[in-house]
Design a protein around this ligand. Structure first.
Ligand code: ADP
Ligand code: MG
Length: 597
């Protein structure tokens, strides 16, 4: 075939394919345009999951008729003019590709009335009538109670492109993708009101709000999880060019990453580097396979970004990605360190005064609630009674259960604490495991690190392994002796343990030693020095608690467990990731007893 330049309709359709994949992509692009146009209210309406109709109305600046005619041309944009502008983009759009793409794959009608104009104009364009598109004055009342704004109606998405239509999912699935984008974009601009309706139903109705309130509403479905907010200080290594804010719905964990939100300069992204930076510090705080509900807001000098990496602009390139990674990572770990990661039982209904449960990470001095303390109960934790007697001594360190009244034991497994407006349950077994684990770790890596200690076993334990791993095991035995194990190769496929570190404990010793050898075999790499990461891998089996679920404890033992737990670096989980502390709000109990509806 001879070379020929593609007819415009074909070229347009090919280009549109990059930007418009499904109804959610149309919605994303059009909402971004509304945000760029300064809208304070945006309404998205779908019919048949967006296949029949996608309609977006905003009360933004609107367009003059000459702009209305131009806006559907490819590379027509009001958002940048020169090559220099590309280096400092402050709007969501800049490529001038969304509207021509939507017009190439649907019948598009745009109504728009510019600020200070008296007339609404209507532009109609279909994939095959681009050059004959009409732009006429019409009578049209108002745009969401505003005299100016824009309404875009895309009818029959992909109806001319059976190959694309075939790939769309069920109505419910397409609607849920649209909803996800509406909510994502609503998180980026909390001062804008967003509404999503689908056929007859209202799915999203968000009033303008503070950023943290919007995060709670979207990521927590309005439930009363405590929201922890933290922002980076002024001492950023990128000299004030970087500001970070994190909002975390503490205690909510999910088996997927859908509630991890990244916003960079007001733009919702799904960037892998940011995701890793957010998650790496949660390793100790959440069970494997569980993810937090967390919104990260990054504000960075636009000159340090390359947004133009991908046509949908959901990935990004940072000039200082290494520094930014570390900044985010350290802010997350600071937040977890200060606020902890207790599991939390949310209220069934959203609670009228959610602020009650909000505590800021930066000021984590849990004010002791006004309940009876040491005078009435011999069971308060040590630091409380000390604090109560000696208030002049500043900062006897407070921990989350300081001042809480010990309310007894449950099932010989949980320690109960009355926090005034919450009931806290501590898992005695998980807490004790955490304590032992950190003792062992401190002995290895702490400021006063000591030579490993060994406790001889009365009867040595033998552990077998697949014989082909013999050299592997042999190479790695020094790692075990650096932890305090006295262990030797006994035969082709057996090692013999003669001693173990004292923190290790005797419970189910055989199984745990077997697990240890398996972990040892799976250690990779040739430099086999013991570091903290390797320690965690090898030792999470280590500290099976001497205190088990079902063991009867005395109140003083309970108090000592809690004291020691909150001296730990990661008090919120046992080394396997199970929570040590769960809180139930009083409001939840009141719902059970129908004291509150
Ligand atoms: P881009 O957003 O990259 O500029 P688009 O194709 O999305 O490209 O939009 C083209 C132009 O149309 C925009 O630059 C803007 O001037 C105008 N426009 C699009 N949507 C709206 C809207 N909702 N309100 C006002 N102007 C709009
Ligand atoms: Mg745009």
């Amino acid at each position: 075939m001879p070379i020929q330049v593609l007819p415009p309709a074909v070229a347009e359709r090919i280009a549109a394919g990059e930007v418009i994949e499904r109804p959610a992509s149309v919605v994303k692009e059009l909402i971004e345009n509304s945000i760029d146009a300064g809208a304070t209210e945006i309404h998205v309406h779908l019919e048949d999951g967006g296949k029949a109709l996608i309609e977006i109305t905003d009360n933004g600046s609107g367009m003059e008729p000459k702009d209305l005619r131009l806006c559907i041309e490819r590379h027509a944009t009001s958002k940048l003019q020169t090559l220099d502008d590309l280096e400092k983009i402050a709007t969501l759009g800049f490529r001038g590709e969304a509207l021509p793409s939507v017009a190439a794959v649907s019948d598009l009608t745009i109504l728009s009335r510019a600020k200070n104009s008296n007339t609404t104009y209507e532009l109609k364009v279909t994939p095959f009538s681009r050059d004959k598109s009409q732009c006429d004055p019409i009578t049209f009342g108002h745009f969401l109670n505003s005299p100016h704004g824009t309404r875009m109606r895309a009818v029959g998405l992909f109806s001319q492109i059976p190959a694309r239509l075939k790939f769309l999912k069920s109505q419910a699935a397409e609607v849920s993708q649209v909803r996800e984008w509406v909510e994502r974009l609503a998180l980026t601009h909390s001062h804008i009101g967003f509404k999503l309706t689908s056929n007859e139903r209202t799915l999203v109705n968000l009033r303008p709000a503070e950023e943290s309130a919007r995060v709670r509403e979207i990521l927590g479905d309005g439930a009363d999880f405590p929201l922890v907010s933290i922002s980076s200080g002024e001492d950023s290594p990128i000299h004030g060019a970087l500001k970070l804010r994190l909002h975390w719905l503490q205690g909510l964990s999910l088996p997927q990453t859908r509630r991890l939100v990244q916003v960079v300069n007001g733009r919702a992204l799904r960037d892998r580097m940011l995701q890793q930076a957010l998650l790496s510090s949660f390793k100790q705080a959440l069970m494997p396979g569980q993810f937090p509900a967390l919104a990260l807001f990054v504000e960075v000098d636009p000159a340090l970004l390359d947004l133009n990496v991908h046509p949908t602009k959901t990935e990004i390139r940072f000039l200082n990605s290494r520094e930014i990674f570390h900044e985010i990572q350290s802010l997350v770990s600071q937040m977890i360190g200060q606020a902890g990661a207790p599991a939390y039982v949310p209220s069934l209904n959203s609670v009228a005064e959610p602020e009650r449960f909000q505590f800021e990470a930066q000021a984590f001095s849990f004010t002791p609630p006004a309940v009876s303390t040491s005078q009435h109960s011999p069971y308060t934790t040590h630091s409380t009674s000390e604090a109560a007697q000696n208030t002049a001594l500043p900062s006897v360190p407070l921990h989350p259960l300081s001042g809480a009244r010990f309310a007894g034991f449950l099932f010989n497994t949980y320690l109960l604490y009355d926090l005034g407006q919450e009931l806290a349950l501590v898992d005695q077994h998980a807490a004790h495991e955490r304590i032992r684990f950190e003792k062992l770790k401190n002995r290895m890596f702490g400021a006063n690190a000591q030579a490993p200690q060994t406790q001889a076993l009365l009867i040595p334990e033998s552990v077998t392994f697949p014989a082909e791993f013999k050299s592997h095991v042999l190479d790695r035995l020094p790692l075990l002796s650096s932890l305090g194990f006295e262990v030797e190769l006994f035969s082709e496929d057996t090692v013999l343990f003669r001693g173990i570190p004292p923190e290790w404990g005797n419970t189910q010793l055989r199984t745990r030693l077997k697990n240890l050898i398996e972990r040892l075999i799976s250690v990779e790499g040739t430099s086999l020095g013991m570091d903290e990461a390797l320690f965690e891998k090898l030792a999470s089996e280590a500290c099976h608690s001497a205190v088990r679920a079902g063991d009867h404890l005395e109140p003083l033992e309970a108090a000592s467990i809690v004291e020691q737990l909150f001296k730990c670096e990661h008090p919120w989980n046992c080394p396997h990731g199970r929570p040590t502390l769960v809180k139930i709000p009083q409001a939840r109990l009141e719902e059970w007893f129908i004291r509150r509806v």
